[in-house]
Design a protein around this ligand. Structure first.
Ligand code: C5P
Length: 212
């Protein structure tokens, strides 16, 4: 995926009007947004097409898909049908569940991101011990896109070492969760930033400062 300025906006706001307001303010710096449950549950999946049509953005749906294969398939179908360019799935559910997501992404000629380790402190308890194996599974399955944390650069580097330089890694956790954008981009291909932009008094300036 080609992401302008290597910066993805995590648009975790609760309404279409807030989403449009933020997008208007940052549209010069950003061409890719990540939509998760907060906005999709508030406004429905139609919000994907609305934002794509209005701003020409690429949309990554962060639905952290983590069900049995048959259900994952249905979740991915609905998401790509609604216009998503990519979807994020969990890896801890194992290869059959992830393969179901990969098959649907391939069918729509869209992209799948495999989530290896989350960025919050609680991820250390269950997810971190499994993350290297999840990344190895992804490589074995031919997955080229990964999500790995900006909040723990040592772990981000470990994941990079496993998936290799050709893999595309996007990293959440910059700003509000404590991660450093510049250092993260020495390892990752793109950073995901939410609250530091959309909660800022001046989101446009927040974006520009990040890019500096
Ligand atoms: O507001 P903030 O910049 O912390 O937003 C980070 C975004 O990345 C949120 O949408 C969060 O759900 C998501 N995320 C994360 N850690 C992961 C995967 C996704 O923080 N491993």
């Amino acid at each position: 995926m080609n992401i302008k300025n290597n910066l993805i906006l995590a648009l975790d706001v609760g309404s279409e009007s807030e989403a449009i307001d933020i997008c208007e303010k940052v549209k010069e710096s950003i061409d890719t947004i990540k939509i998760g449950y907060p906005l999709a549950l508030a406004e429905g999946l139609e919000i994907i097409k609305k934002l794509k049509d209005k701003f020409g953005f690429k949309v990554i749906c962060d639905f952290k898909v983590a069900d049995i294969d048959a259900t994952n398939e249905k979740i991915c179908e609905e998401t790509f049908k609604a216009g998503a360019d990519a979807i994020i799935c969990h890896g801890f559910v194992g290869p059959d569940s992830v393969q179901a997501c990969l098959d649907v992404a391939n069918k729509y000629e869209k992209e799948l991101f495999l989530l290896t380790e989350m960025s919050h402190p609680g991820a250390k308890k269950f997810l971190q011990p499994a993350a290297d194996e999840i990344a190895k599974m992804g490589i074995k399955m031919g997955i080229t896109n990964y999500v790995a944390p900006a909040t723990r650069l040592d772990r981000l580097q470990d994941i990079r070492n496993i998936v290799g330089e050709d893999a595309y890694i996007i990293s959440p956790g910059v700003g509000k969760q404590g991660g450093d954008g510049k250092k993260t981009l020495e390892i990752s291909n793109a950073i995901i930033v939410g609250r530091s932009i959309y909660e800022a008094e001046n989101p446009k300036e927040a974006c520009e400062n990040l890019l500096k």
